[in-house]
Design a protein around this ligand. Structure first.
Ligand SMILES: [Zn+2]
Length: 313
């Protein structure tokens, strides 16, 4: 996610949407996914394993986490034609793994970038909020849905070089044949807080936003839609004409401040120069392990698994 920008009602998701969408499993059949009711275990340790000296070492740690969860990984290599030299590697590598059948219709992509940012002085950040927590949540989602009865394949794609201009997701989205992917769900900034925000919802993917709304209602989670949403890898799929939505978690006050900052422009009523705390944490030395809350990762996990299940069934 980028640093602060300026930028026009949150739609507080109503409960009315619930029963209309949630698939009811046939009598006696175990539900395909049971949301966690307690914080997931060892997620802080998993996030800590991504604290590395550079992004190549971070990718190796990500692969180790995915393989420890029992998945086979494959790499998607692409040239570094990013917007700045802060990450001087000549090429990047997205990490992929999949679940579900080679079903009819396009696969569903679930993505999160694993790379962390460099400061101008060359300091390499721990990148726990941005974006290790999302990577950990996504690997747990894949584990939870591994044996679920899916009609579509779900491709989990952990993007490289998001921090220097969405490079990994751009090359990946551009490489996809038409119709290969039916929808993309992106996770960015899911480390602390109790409130979901999703977007951007002025891209017209109503079915996808409804899937998020029904999952939020089923989970009794507070979810705020953002017509305009900070830039992240979902934009590469938007550019490729693939329906997409990004999911994030922050404390409620920060979500409302961020909504006003990004969507209300001059009418925000925010104090001049107010910077929501998240923008003072990400891309700073403060983006550390002590910001990671298992409850926030669990909320992202429950929501993402529920949405993917609906999209892939
Ligand atoms: Zn990010």
């Amino acid at each position: 996610m980028p640093s602060k920008k300026t930028y026009a009602t949150p739609l507080l998701v109503t409960f009315a949407l619930v029963s209309a969408c949630a698939p009811i499993p046939p009598a006696g059949e175990a539900p395909a996914f049971t949301p966690a009711t307690a914080p997931l275990e060892r997620v802080v340790e998993d996030a800590a394993s991504l604290i590395q000296p550079d992004n190549d070492a971070r990718r190796a740690a990500v692969i180790a986490l995915v393989e420890r969860a029992g998945f086979e990984t494959r790499l998607f290599e692409f040239p570094n034609d990013g917007r700045d030299e802060s990450d001087g590697r000549p090429a990047g590598h997205n990490v992929l793994f999949s679940i579900g059948p080679q079903g009819y219709g396009g696969a569903v992509v679930a993505g999160a970038h694993f790379d962390a940012a460099y400061l101008r002085d060359g300091t390499f950040l721990d990148g726990m909020v941005d974006n290790a927590a999302s990577v950990v949540a996504l690997i747990r989602v894949a584990t939870a849905l591994r044996d679920a009865p899916l009609n579509r394949r779900i491709d989990f794609v952990l993007f490289d070089m998001e921090e220097i201009g969405l490079v990994g997701s751009r090359h990946y989205a551009q490489s996809l044949p038409a119709g290969a992917v039916s929808a993309m769900v992106n996770l960015d900034v899911n480390a602390y807080g109790d409130t979901v925000f999703f977007g951007q919802t002025d891209h017209g993917h109503a079915t996808l936003y409804r899937s998020v709304a029904s999952a939020c209602a089923t989970l009794a989670a507070t979810c705020i839609d953002f017509r305009r949403y900070p830039s992240s890898d979902h934009l590469s799929f938007q550019a490729a004409g693939i329906p997409n939505v990004s999911l994030s978690v922050l404390p409620r006050t920060e979500v409302h401040q961020l909504w006003l900052l990004v969507n209300a422009g001059p009418d925000s009523g925010l104090a001049e120069g107010l910077v929501p705390s998240v923008f003072r944490t990400i891309h700073s030395p403060g983006d550390k392990l002590d910001r990671v809350e298992p409850a926030a990762i669990t909320l992202a996990y429950n929501l993402t698994a529920s949405v993917l299940l609906e999209l892939a069934r």
